[in-house]
Ligand binder design. Structure first.
Ligand SMILES: [Zn+2]
Length: 143
């Protein structure tokens, strides 16, 4: 379960022209991935140019299923390496989405760190931190 320590700022994503639409969607609790509308490949993190087509005008954000499987993870169990705003234990999970891209996020409150395994089916959920910040996390997948 991820819990935050009051009074310590949470690291916020760096938002620029390439990822603003991505984070705007997250703020509205919608999860999108970037896709090239020419070659149809999906990419993460957001970028201005398709590395396959080498064009600047083909990248767009499309809805994701929000579903994936744990590809890798680390569990923070001591405060020596953990971020101080996070109560330990917590996990940082790399999830391979159905679109094939890999997304990094924390475990949602419904997943205890000792339950996580490679291949675990998960899906995106959202945590509204404050009026300016909504983050995505991964919760247990029901289907
Ligand atoms: Zn392309």
């Amino acid at each position: 379960m991820v819990e935050y320590v009051p009074g310590i700022p949470i690291l916020k994503p760096y938002i620029d022209a390439d990822n603003k639409a991505y984070w705007d969607a997250v703020k509205e609790e919608k999860f999108v991935v970037q896709q090239c509308n020419k070659c149809k490949n999906y990419y993460q993190p957001p970028r201005p140019m398709c590395p396959e087509c080498l064009t600047l005008d083909t990248m767009e954000f499309v809805p994701s299923t929000g579903k994936g499987e744990v590809y890798s993870y680390i569990i923070y169990t001591t405060d020596k390496m953990a971020y101080p705003a996070m109560k330990i234990p917590y996990a940082v999970m790399v999830v391979e989405m159905e679109e094939g891209v890999r997304i990094t996020a924390n475990n949602a409150p419904d997943i205890d760190t000792d339950e996580i395994y490679i291949g675990m089916p998960v899906e995106v959920t959202f945590a509204k931190i404050d009026d300016d910040l909504t983050l995505y996390q991964f919760k247990k997948r029901k289907s």
